[in-house]
Every structure is written in C-alpha cells, then in structure tokens.
Write a protein that binds this ligand. Structure first.
Ligand code: ME8
Length: 640
C-alpha cells in the first residue's frame, strides 16, 4: 500500500502561523502513522505564489514579486523542520516544472472543449481571489475578509464547470467518504443543489501579469486557483512520472474549511475534464480561533508558533494541536489551555508513568527487565488482547482522520498503567522474595507498555517517542506497533535508566526555552577551548567553512538582553543564527548587513532556538563590530 498526503500550498503573503502549522503537523503525523503501518508514504507541502494577493503584497514590501516570493517561501520551507515535520517534497508554483504542467493541463481541458471565451461581471474579493454571489456575502461583505468585494467586469476564459455538476453529485454520493468529516460532505452536496456556474480561469494581463500564461492566449494569465490546485499532480511528475502512477491513486488532501469549495468542486471537475482519477479523500478541518474569531493574518490575531515552541517544546506543541482540536470542528486557542494539557496529560500522566515505572525497575530489578517475565507476559492472552485492542482502536481512529480520538485512546492506556501501579503496589511486592515472580511480571508489563506507548505517540511526538525507545535500549529506527517484535527487542538484558524527566510540571507559564532543553542535544554542553595554540596548520584553518551572508531578518530574543535571532541568506539557503550582539546593534540596524559567518559550526541551542553557525565580529573596548566584506559579493561567497 502507498499513502500520499498534501497540505494546501500556502500563500506567501503571510509568515507561517499556528493555522498553517496545524494542517502541516496533521499531515506529518498521518504520514508517520502510515509509515508505522509499513506503507510507502509521500508527503507534499509548498507555497502558492501567483495572483493578485501576492502581487499586492510584494508591491507593499517594495520589492519585485520574484524576490518577495523567494524570501517568504524559504521561510515556510525552513520553518517546518523546526517542528519535526519531514516532507518528501516542497513545491513552489513559480517553479518551471509547475508552469509546464499547468500549461499541459490547460491544453488538455481546452482540447476537450471545456474552455470558452466570454464576458463576466461580478463581485470579486481580492483576499479570496474569487468572485462571490450576493447570497454568499454576509451583510454585503466577504465572510472571511469582512471587506466589500469590488465589482469587476471583463472578458475572460471560462471552464465549463457546470457541465460536471450532475457527475460530481453522483460521484460524491457513490463515494461516501470522499469528503470527510460528514458535515462538509453535506455542505458540498447542499451547495451543489443550486445550479453551478462556470469557473472564470483567466485574468487579463492588463490587470495582472503575475501568473502563468494561458498557453493559447498570451494576453492572459491563469487564475490562481486553477494554477494552484494542479500542484498536487505536478509534484508527482504528471503525466508520465513514476511517482504519479504510484502515489496518485492514494491521494489524500488535507485543508481547512476556508478552501472547501475549490477542493471539493473546482478540483474534481478539473480532474474529470482532463481525464484523471479523483483523489481518494478530502479531509477538512475547522479553524483555530482566538476569541471566537478565525486566527488569520488579516484579522491580526495569529499565534507566534516560535514563541509557543520556545515555551513548551516541539513535542508538547504538536501534542496539544493534535489532541485539542476535534478534526472537523473549530477550536479556541489559549495559552492557559496549552498549559493545562501540558501539565495534566504530559507531565502528570505520561511523564509520571515513565518516571515511576523505570525508577521502580531500577530499584527492584537493577534496571533489567526479566526475560522470563517478558515471555510469560507474551503468553498472557488478557494482556496481549488489551494491547491488540488498543492498537486496533488507535489505527481505526487515525485511518478515519480522528487524531484527537487516537491520542485519547492512548491516554486511556497510560491511565490504566498508572492505576495498575497503584493497585499492584510493587513496593509492597518487593518486601518479600515470595512475590518476585509477580513483581517481575508487573515491571515487565510496565516496560512493555512504555515501549508500545513510545511507538503510539511517535507519529505525534517523534522526539519523545524515539527517546522512549532509546532509553529502553531499543533502536528508534525499528520503532513498531508489533507486540511480538517489541517483546523480542526488549530481551536485550541491558540496564534501563529513568533519565531526566520528560515533561517537568510547569507551575506558571514556563520560561522561554525551558521545556525545549529537556530533549536538547548535547551540543550545549560543549566547552570552548581554554587556550589557543600559537601556531595552527593550514589544514586546521581549512576546516573552517567561512562564508558571506546577507541578514534578511533580525529579531530580539525574548527575555534575553544580549541575543538576536537572525535569518541569514547564504547562496541558496537560509540560516538561523543566534548572536549575542544586541548591546552593540539594534535588530533594525542588522537587517540588510553583509556579514561573515562560520557555516560549519555544530548547531547550539540558545534560549530554545537552534543556532546554525556564528557571526564574525571584532571586539572593541566597549562594543562589537561586525566583519563585513569591503566590496559587494553575492551571499554564500567563500571567505579564505
Ligand atoms: O488558501 N485554523 O492558502 P492560505 C486552521 N493558497 N487552519 C488554518 C487557519 C486557522 N485559523 N489559518 C490558516 C490558501 N489555516 C491557498 C491554498 S491549495 C491548492 C491553495 C491553514 O495561506 C488551513 O490549512 O490562505 C487553510 O486551509 C490554509 O492554512 C489556508 O492557507
């Protein structure tokens, strides 16, 4: 079996925020879950870079559209790995591969006779990049952007979407889980009960040039939605790519309800017209809200995901998002709620279970799981059935796009193990040698339970799941839900240590970076050399990768007087470097400066932010001075 999942490609008129992070983490989680099932997975994300909205945003920033989209797209691309999101491909609609596929697709639909030239007048919302009917407006305003749409009349190309209305209704009825959850399927069918209009798919170049040319009329560019949706097949190399043949039959899209209509109506009719199979599922979720309003850049109520990550750590942020939102319903965001879940689910339930179990294993059994107890446990059908049922329920929930329910089920098991400790009271059993067998059995069941929990939480909290396995003496690369395989692997006879607490209770809002450090790498413990040799060889010097870089962004690190977080452009990548230069430079002074960096320095974590390199500065008597090339050279130039 294969599995192919996509996020929406995000508009580059805003930086990534919690809403984007949610969808992207759902897709990463689902991909990891399918990998656990042994499937061959492909996960696509990317950026949507054409259209009015982007052209306007770049104008506002005062830079050419290509520079602007390069920059914001790179921000998205470098953000996701910081949330342990591992995509297979990152697509940009300004890439040549995409432009080519859009042209081919348009030709195909045109050859079918589904495109015509006509005149249209209508109410257009720039924010949504689409025409609205009077009925769809709320008090005359766009329901999302709360602005009055403009009346626009012009000649354009149209896609005969109305021809496919009856086909689409039948298709949705015959494939009851095509659009899920059910409420969105109903919404689409109700929308389709009214006559469907044809779709305007072009914009005259007199009004907009920032788009993909219509292949049969160079005076027009393609409407951004017609262009954007096609990304899902571009990335697979449609029409002849191997990936297309392999993954497209398993395609799953994941979007929020704001873009239900383009995905549930435009996209399947486009696919049908071009003769391509329809995706397998459209998974639609609700909005993260603040004070009952959709979190969005235009409303200005977005949560900064980096602050959240600094305060609670990646695992906790991912857990919160997956557990708190019922997929399909809206969810209200608050720091208080994050803190509550952090303390109750992670620190109390999960963290305590680990600490109590492994501390007792250490105390009563020298940290070694009894292999005879492991074998007896494997013969205990009640216990094995409990595990089997847990994995089955979990699998069903994830397969039906219910991540929150899947986690809830895992936490029921966590609670049952915590209760088991209270009931079996290993500290009482340990008082008499007669109870040795029973004690070993209880300890073995706790260790086995923790190994399984490590695997079950891995799709949502990869770092924590892997760390569970590492500390249990198991290879994280072999993480599995298979009970027999876990039993076999646990019989290694190595000493298991409890280690540092996974999630320390946070009494008040934790200090930035506090939680992140719990699973931090050993980098921060590295010491600076105390003295310097008088002479080094050229080979020593050649180990340094010194490069020039351009500072694109500078942001003071909260709760630190010295640190600034910098986004630095090298030749074709962006770097995050945290530098202690705030006493000598304001963040505003830093943006636009050319600097010299040590590019191959091991990453270090400073106030919860990973710094990938170091700036070179001269230290004056009371100020620092950045080293900067005396002539202009492109970012990423070698310094030697
Ligand atoms: O619509 N709650 O891009 P976009 C939950 N380019 N999810 C949210 C959210 C919120 N408050 N805010 C944003 C576009 N999202 C098009 C898509 S696809 C071919 C083209 C997430 O940048 C959610 O996934 O406006 C939503 O559908 C998406 O961001 C919209 O991203």
């Amino acid at each position: 079996m294969a599995f192919y999942i996509t996020t929406p490609i995000y508009y580059v008129n805003a930086k990534p925020h919690l809403g984007h992070a949610y969808t992207t983490i759902v897709c990463d989680t689902l991909t990891r879950f399918h990998r656990l099932l042994g499937e061959d997975t492909y996960f696509l994300t990317g950026t949507d870079e054409h259209g009015d909205k982007i052209a306007e945003a770049s104008k506002k920033e005062g830079c050419p559209p290509q520079d602007y989209v390069d920059y914001v797209s790179a921000l998205f691309k470098i953000t996701w790995p910081k949330f342990d999101i591992k995509f297979s491909d990152f697509i940009r609609t300004t890439e040549p591969r995409h432009k080519e596929v859009v042209s081919r697709f348009l030709e195909k639909v045109n050859d079918k006779g589904d495109i015509y030239f006509g005149e249209y007048g209508g109410l257009y919302c720039v924010g949504c990049e689409r025409f609205y009917t009077e009925k769809e407006l709320v008090d005359g305003l766009c329901p999302d952007h709360k602005v009055a749409p403009k009346f626009i009349e012009e000649k354009n190309y149209f896609f005969r979407m109305s021809n496919y209305q009856d086909w689409l209704i039948d298709y949705i009825k015959q494939n009851p889980d095509l659009i899920r959850p059910e409420r969105f399927r109903k919404e689409v069918l109700s929308f389709l009960s009214e006559p469907l209009e044809d779709l305007c798919i072009s914009r005259p170049k007199t009004r907009l040039t920032w788009g993909i040319d219509i292949p049969f009329d160079k005076n027009y560019v393609t409407y951004v939605w017609f262009d954007a949706l096609i990304n899902y097949i571009t990335a697979l190399g449609w029409p002849d790519g191997e990936k297309y043949a392999h993954y497209w039959p398993y395609a799953e899209h994941c979007v929020a309800k704001d873009i239900l209509k383009p995905h549930a109506i435009f996209w399947p009719t486009m696919l049908q017209s071009a003769g391509l199979p329809i995706y397998k599922h459209l998974n639609v979720h609700g909005y993260w809200q603040m004070d009952k309003d959709k979190m969005s850049k235009s409303v200005g109520n977005v949560v900064d995901i980096f602050t959240l990550r600094e305060e609670f750590g990646v695992s906790a942020v991912r857990y919160f998002l997956m557990r708190e939102m019922n997929f399909g319903l809206d969810s209200e965001f608050s720091y208080k709620r994050v803190l509550e879940r952090y303390n109750s689910d992670l620190a109390n339930d999960l963290g305590n279970l680990w600490q109590r179990s492994i501390t007792m294993l250490k105390k009563y059994s020298g940290g070694i799981v009894s292999s005879s107890a492991l074998s007896s446990l494997a013969q205990d059908s009640d216990w094995e059935n409990t595990l089997k049922l847990l994995v089955k329920d979990y699998t069903i929930h994830f397969s039906h796009m219910r991540p929150s329910e899947a986690l809830k089920r895992v936490w029921e098991f966590v609670s049952s193990l915590n209760k088991r400790i209270d009931v079996d009271a290993p500290w009482e059993l340990a008082k008499s040698e007669d109870n040795r067998q029973k004690l070993d059995l209880v300890l073995a069941s706790l260790v086995k339970g923790l190994a399984l929990i490590g695997a079950l939480i891995w799709p949502v909290m990869p770092i924590t799941g892997e760390e569970f396995w590492r500390r249990l003496g198991l290879a994280p690369e072999s993480i599995t839900l298979d009970s027999a395989a876990i039993t076999l692997a646990l019989g290694h006879g190595k000493v298991i240590e409890p280690g540092e607490a996974f999630f320390k209770r946070a009494e008040k809002e934790p200090e930035p970076g506090a939680k992140e450090k719990q699973v931090s790498s050993k980098d921060s413990k590295e010491k600076a050399p105390e003295g310097r040799p008088e002479v080094i060889t050229y080979d020593d010097f050649a180990k340094l990768d010194l490069q020039t870089g351009l500072i694109l962004e500078a942001e003071a690190v909260k709760k630190s007087e010295k640190l600034v977080k910098l986004t630095i452009k090298l030749s074709d990548t962006l770097r995050t470097i945290v530098a202690g230069i705030r006493k000598s430079y304001t963040p505003e002074e830093l943006v636009g400066q050319s600097v010299v960096i040590v590019a191959n320095l091991a990453p270090r974590e400073l106030m919860g932010i990973k710094s990938h390199g170091m700036l070179l500065c001269a230290s004056g008597p009371d100020t620092l001075s950045l080293l900067t090339p005396s002539r202009e050279v492109p970012p990423g130039s070698q310094v030697s």
